[in-house]
Design a protein around this ligand. Structure first.
Ligand code: CAA
Length: 258
C-alpha cells in the first residue's frame, strides 16, 4: 500500500517502517498518525511479518505532534475528534513486537510514540523530551504516564516541567532505552534484534509481550499470576516440546508457531 508520510519495507520477515515528513522533522500530523496505525495494523495481520521496526530519519525520530496543524484547534475540536486517542490506542493493541529505533529528536508525541513501542534502541545522537509545557499544553499521549513508569517521578517531573531534553546515555541510565549504539549502526542493530525475535516461536513472543505489559497495568500479585498461567499454558504448545527437546539433543530448535 502506498502512503504519503511513511515508508514501509519488508525484509527477512521484518517490517521496517520509516516516518517520512522530513520538512517537519516527522511531526505527527493527522495523516501520519492515521497511516502509521493502519500500516502497523496491516503488519500485525500479515503472516509473513514477525517483528516490526519503527524509525525516523537521522535528525529526527519525530519532533512531536504537528504544532501547525494543532495550533488553531479548540477544546471542542480536540475533544470531539479525541485527538490522537484512537490511533495511539490501536498502536498499543498491536500484538507483534515493535522496536523503536530512535535517532535525533524524539520530542513530545515523538517520545510518547517511541514509548508505545515495546522497547527503544537509541542512537548516540538521540534526544528525548516532553517540551509541551513550552507550548502552553501538557503531554497528551503518555508523557506524564508512561514516562513516569519508565524513569520514575523525579526525572518525569523534571522533563515535563522544564521541557529539557535527555541525551541517549542519560535515557539508557534511566531505563527509558534498552541500548545505545553508534548512530550509523542504529538500523543494522535494530534489524538484528528484530531478526533474533523473528527466530523465536511467535506464540511465546506474543505471550512475553502480553505478560511484560501486564506489569504496567495491574498489581504485582495479579501480574505474577498472569505470568505463571501463561508459562503453564506454553506447555500446551508443540514449540515447548521442540524447544526443550532441541536443548536436550544439543541442536537448534525448529519452531513452527504451533
Ligand atoms: N510541528 C510542526 N512542525 C515542526 C515541529 C512540530 N512539532 N517540529 C519541527 N517542525 C518544523 C519547523 O517548524 C521547521 O519548519 P520550517 O522549516 O517550515 O520552519 C522544520 O520542522 C525544522 O525545524 P527547526 O527549524 O525548528 O529545526 P531545528 O533544528 O532548529 O530545531 C527542534 C529542532 C528542537 C526539534 C525544534 O524544531 C522544536 O523545538 N520543535 C518542536 C518540538 C516540540 O515542541 N514538540 C512537542 C509538540 S506538542 C506534542 O507533541 C503534544 C503531544 O504530547 C501529543
Amino acid at each position: 500500500m502506498a502512503y504519503e508520510t511513511i515508508i514501509v519495507e519488508i525484509e527477512d520477515e521484518i517490517a521496517l517502517i520509516r516516518l517520512n515528513r522530513p520538512e517537519a522533522l516527522n511531526a505527527l500530523n493527522s495523516t501520519l498518525i492515521t497511516e502509521l496505525s493502519e500500516a502497523l495494523t496491516e503488519a500485525d495481520r500479515n503472516d509473513k511479518i514477525r517483528c516490526i521496526v519503527l524509525t525516523g530519519s537521522e535528525k529526527a525520530f519525530a519532533a512531536g505532534a504537528d504544532i501547525k496543524e494543532m495550533s488553531q484547534k479548540s477544546f471542542v475540536d480536540v475533544y470531539d475528534e479525541d485527538l490522537f486517542g484512537p490511533q495511539i490506542d490501536a498502536i498499543g493493541r498491536i500484538r507483534k513486537p515493535i522496536i523503536a529505533a530512535v535517532s535525533g529528536y524524539a520530542l513530545g508525541g515523538g517520545c510518547e510514540l517511541a514509548m508505545v513501542c515495546d522497547f527503544i534502541i537509541a542512537a548516540e545522537n538521540a534526544k528525548f523530551g516532553q517540551p509541551e509545557i513550552n507550548l502552553g499544553v501538557i503531554a497528551g499521549i503518555g508523557g506524564t504516564q508512561r514516562l513516569t513508569r519508565f524513569v520514575g517521578k523525579a526525572k518525569a517531573m523534571d522533563m515535563n516541567l522544564t521541557g529539557r531534553f535527555m541525551e541517549a546515555t542519560e535515557a539508557e541510565r534511566a531505563g527509558l532505552v534498552s541500548r545505545v549504539v553508534p548512530t550509523p549502526k542504529l538500523i543494522p542493530e535494530a534489524m538484528a534484534a528484530a531478526r533474533k525475535i523473528a527466530e523465536k516461536s511467535q506464540l511465546t513472543v506474543k505471550a512475553v509481550k502480553e505478560s511484560v505489559n501486564r506489569a504496567y497495568e495491574t498489581t504485582l500479585r495479579e501480574g505474577l499470576l498472569f505470568e505463571r498461567r501463561s508459562f503453564h499454558a506454553m506447555f500446551a504448545t508443540e514449540d515447548q516440546k521442540e524447544g526443550m527437546a532441541a536443548f536436550l539433543e544439543k541442536r537448534e530448535a525448529q519452531f513452527r508457531d504451533r
